[in-house]
Design a protein around this ligand. Structure first.
Ligand code: PEP
Length: 257
C-alpha cells in the first residue's frame, strides 16, 4: 500500500484575510518554480476561520492544487454556542480537513481526549477529514512514558470510529516539547512513536486499516530536516507550524521527495 505524503501548514492565529492572498500566491509561484508534482505530495493549508473564504476563492479561481483545512471545530451541531463554528459550516465553505486536539488547544483551552473524539465524529459526519493530534509533554518524555501516553491518546480519540473512518484519517504525532521550540525529535524518536501508533491501529482494527491511515510528524519541521523525517517508514507527512508561514521553506518541505 502506498500512502500519499501529506504536508499540512498550520498558520495558527497568524495571517489576516488580506495577507492570506499574498501568502497563498507566493507559495503557489514558489512551488511552480520548484516543479512541484502534486501527485507526489499533497499540500494542505489549515488557515484561521476568517481566511477560509479568501483561500477557497483563490484555490478555485486559480485552480491551485492545495487542500483547505481549519484549525478547530465545535463538537456541537448548531445552537446557542456563542463564538463556535460547526462542522457543517466548514464543509459548506469547501473545507476538507480539520485539525483537532492540537496541543495548544489541549493546553490553553482545556481540550480533552473525549472532546477530541466528539469532534472527530462531527468532522467525519460532515464529510471532512480529521487531522488528529497527539503527543507527549517533556515530563512524560523524560520519564520514558511517551509511547504509552501517546497510544492512550490515540485509543481515546478513535473510540467508536469504524475501520473505514480510521482508514481515511490523518494522525499527527507532535511531541509538545518540539512544537515551536526549534527542538526537533530525532527521526528515530519520531519513527518510534509513529510506528507504535500504526501497530496500535492494527491491534484496534486490522492490518489494512493500519496500512491506510496516514501518520504525520510535527514539531519544528524545516527544509533542513524534512528529508530524514520523511525517510522513516511510518511517517507519511508533516504538520508544520512556523515554517508554513515562509513560502520558500514550506515549498521546500512540500517538495521533499
Ligand atoms: C504545529 O503547530 O503543529 C507545529 C508543529 O509547529 P512548529 O512547526 O512551529 O513546531
Amino acid at each position: 500500500m502506498t500512502r500519499k505524503p501529506i504536508m499540512v501548514g498550520n498558520w495558527k492565529m497568524n495571517v489576516d484575510h488580506i495577507e492570506a492572498t499574498g501568502l497563498v500566491e507566493k507559495l503557489h509561484y514558489t512551488l511552480v518554480d520548484k516543479d512541484w508534482d502534486p501527485k507526489k505530495s499533497e499540500c494542505v493549508l489549515c488557515v484561521p476561520f476568517t481566511d477560509i473564504r479568501t483561500v477557497r476563492t483563490l484555490i478555485d479561481g486559480d485552480r491551485l492544487q492545495f487542500g483547505l483545512g481549519a484549525q478547530n471545530v465545535s463538537e456541537h451541531d448548531n445552537g446557542a454556542f456563542t463564538g463556535e463554528i460547526s462542522a457543517s459550516m466548514l464543509s459548506k465553505l469547501g473545507v476538507q480537513y480539520v485539525i483537532i486536539g492540537h496541543s495548544e488547544r489541549r493546553q490553553f483551552f482545556g481540550e480533552t481526549d473525549e472532546l477530541v473524539n466528539a469532534k472527530a465524529f462531527k468532522v467525519l459526519g460532515a464529510g471532512m477529514t480529521p487531522i488528529v493530534c497527539v503527543g507527549e509533554g517533556l515530563d512524560i518524555r523524560k520519564a520514558g512514558n511517551h509511547v504509552e501516553y501517546t497510544l492512550d491518546q490515540v485509543r481515546r480519540a478513535l473510540q467508536g470510529l469504524s475501520s473505514e473512518q480510521v482508514a481515511g484519517l490523518v494522525i499527527a504525532y507532535e511531541p509538545v516539547w518540539a512544537i515551536g521550540t526549534g527542538e526537533v525529535a530525532t527521526p528515530a524518536d519520531a519513527q518510534e512513536v509513529c510506528g507504535a501508533i500504526r501497530k496500535e491501529v492494527a491491534a484496534l482494527y486490522d492490518e489494512a486499516t493500519a496500512e491506510s491511515v496516514r501518520i504525520q510528524y510535527g514539531g519544528s519541521v524545516k527544509s533542513g530536516n524534512v528529508v530524514q523525517i520523511m525517510d522513516q517508514p511510518d511517517i507519511d507527512g508533516c504538520l508544520v507550524g512556523g515554517a508554513s508561514l515562509q513560502p520558500e521553506e514550506f515549498a521546500a518541505i512540500v517538495c521533499f521527495y
